[in-house]
Ligand binder design. Sequence first.
Ligand SMILES: NC(=O)C1=CN([C@@H]2O[C@H](COP(=O)(O)OP(=O)(O)OC[C@H]3O[C@@H](n4cnc5c(N)ncnc54)[C@H](O)[C@@H]3O)[C@@H](O)[C@H]2O)C=CC1
Ligand SMILES: CC(=O)[C@H](N)C(=O)O
Length: 344
Amino acid sequence: MLLRNLCRATLKYNIRYYSVKSLNKSPPKILITGGLGQLGVECAKYLRNKYGRENVILSDIIKPSKEIINDGPYIFVDILDFKGLQKVVVNHRVDWLIHFSALLSAIGEQNVPLAVRVNIEGMHNVIELAKQYKLRIFVPSTIGAFGPDSPRNPTPNVTIQRPRTIYGVSKVHAELLGEYYYHKFGLDFRCLRFPGIISSDPPGGGTTDYAIAIFHEIIRKGQYKCYLNPQTRLPMMHLKDALRALSEYLEVPNEQLLRRCYNVTAMSFTPEELVQAMSKHVQEIKISYQPDSRQEIADTWPQVFDDSEARRDWNWRPEIDLDNLVKLMFDEVREKVEANGYSS
Ligand SMILES: NC(=O)C1=CN([C@@H]2O[C@H](COP(=O)(O)OP(=O)(O)OC[C@H]3O[C@@H](n4cnc5c(N)ncnc54)[C@H](O)[C@@H]3O)[C@@H](O)[C@H]2O)C=CC1
Ligand SMILES: CC(=O)[C@H](N)C(=O)O
C-alpha cells in the first residue's frame, strides 16, 4: 500500500517536473522568510532538490550555522524592513515568496505586541511586495485560525473562524488579506492551513509541540511530562507530507484552484494514543500529565480537520499515518540525540 502510494507520488512528481521542463521554463527563484525555524531549513532542502541549489534562498534574522551556509544561499532578511525586502527581491530576481516568519501560538501569547508586529505588520510588507513585483506568494495558515465557535470535528474549509489567540487572529487576517489581494489585484496568493507539523527539529513555541518534545524526552530520559490532557485530540502531519503538500500546491495551475486557502491534514491523535503507538518501539514510557495554559488553546482548536476540498481540487493525499510517523520520529530523533549527546 505504502509502496503503491510512493509510486503514485513519484509518478505525479515526475509528470509535474516534466511539464515544467517541457515548456522550457526556467525554475522559479524562491525566497523563504523566517527560514531558520522548524519548517524553513527542511523546506529549502526539499525545494533545492527540485529546483536547484542556487534557486532557493533561505533568509531569517538569525545567525546561521556552518551547515546552513554550506547547504545553499542564505541571507539576512527582516520582514519588518520593507526597503530591505524590495532590495532582496530585485537583486535576486525573486519569483516566488514563501513567507514563514511568525510567532507561533504559545509564544505569541507571551509577547502580543511582538506577535502583532511580526505576524500582522510583516504580512502587510510581504503582501505589498508580492503585489508590486508580481510574485507568487505562499503563506501558511493553521488549525489555530479556528476557535471555540468553529465546528471542531470535523472542521470544514469554510466555516466560522473566531480564534482566541493573537496567532490565530493574525492568521485569519493573513488569509483574508491574501484573498482580498487575489480578487482585487490578481495576486497569486496561496495558503495552506497546516495542522501541527511533526519533525525532529526544535519547534518554535506552539501548542502542538508536545508531539515533538515527547520523542526527545523519551529517548533521552525515558519519561515525559505532558502539558496537555491525555484526551486532547488535535490534527497532525509529518513534515515530509507538509513539504510535499506545499510543493505540489505551489505548482497547481491557477485555473484549477477553486480556493486560495485550503485545509490539509494527515491524521488526528491524542497524547494517550501517541504514547500507545510509541510503546510499540520502547520498553517503558513514563508519562505524566500537567496541563498548562496551552490546554486552553488546544481546547478551542479543531480535533479533526476536513481537507476534502484540497483532495478534490488538486488531488492532495497524505502518505504518512500515525504508525509511520512514530517510526520516522524515533529514527530521526535517535540520530540527532546520538549526534549531540544524551544530556541536554
Ligand atoms: N510548525 C507548525 O506546526 C506549523 C507552522 N505553521 C506556520 O508555518 C510557518 C513556519 O513555522 P515554523 O517553522 O514552525 O516557525 P518557527 O517559529 O520555528 O520559525 C519562525 C521563524 O521566523 C523568524 N522571524 C521572527 N521574526 C522575524 C522577522 N522580523 N523577520 C524575519 N524572520 C523572523 C524566526 O527567527 C524563526 O526562525 C509559520 O508561519 C507558522 O505559523 C502553520 C501550522 C503549523
Ligand atoms: C499548529 C500550529 O500552528 C503550531 N504548531 C502551534 O501549535 O502554534
